[in-house]
Design a protein around this ligand. Structure first.
Ligand code: SF4
Length: 167
């Protein structure tokens, strides 16, 4: 079958049980603005996680998540801070924990966002969206600098519109 994502999955060396144990320092500081934001999002039915990666696939996913949550469907969707939700058990993680529906917009098949949150929320079953399959582009390209900002924005809009139609 033709691989439609960014690159062929490589053989991986895994711990015997297929998990990696990560030790994260507990947060010493909190962001009041972020907590207030999370409080305001609590009634929304869809929490949106997203790859926050630095390549063009991650950037398209990130912009699509922002468009979906802040422009196309702001009344239904809560944009999650992936780093905050992953590294501390406060408002952002609670949004993911309690949302009736969780979308994970993944830049590529590494599926960072969903795997990270499943690591801290046992039993979480987000709907994993392979964002790079929702738009057409030259799949040999990787870096943000390999695609114009206008093209990235256009792809992000294409993705966000498709996802908004499912809400
Ligand atoms: S995980 Fe994939 S989409 Fe995210 S930054 Fe890395 S290569 Fe890009």
């Amino acid at each position: 079958m033709k691989n439609r994502s960014c690159c062929p999955p490589e053989n991986k060396t895994e711990n015997q049980d297929g998990y990696e144990t990560v030790r994260i320092a507990q947060a010493q500081n909190n962001c009041r603005l972020c907590d207030d934001y999370a409080e305001r999002q609590k009634a929304k039915p869809v929490a949106v996680l997203c790859c926050e990666g630095a390549c063009l696939r991650g950037e398209v996913a990130r912009q699509a998540a922002n468009l979906l949550c802040h422009t196309l469907a702001p009344e239904k969707t809560a944009r999650i801070c992936l780093g905050g939700a992953f590294t501390k058990d406060t408002g952002q993680r609670d949004l993911v924990r309690t949302a009736p529906r969780v979308l994970a917009l993944e830049g590529c098949h590494v599926n960072c966002a969903s795997r990270m949150m499943q690591g801290v929320l046992a039993g979480l079953t987000p709907e994993v969206i392979a964002v790079d399959r929702l738009y057409d582009f030259d799949r040999s390209r990787f870096g943000i600098e390999e695609m114009s900002p206008e093209e990235i924005q256009a792809h992000a809009r294409t993705v966000a519109q498709q996802l908004a139609a499912t809400l």
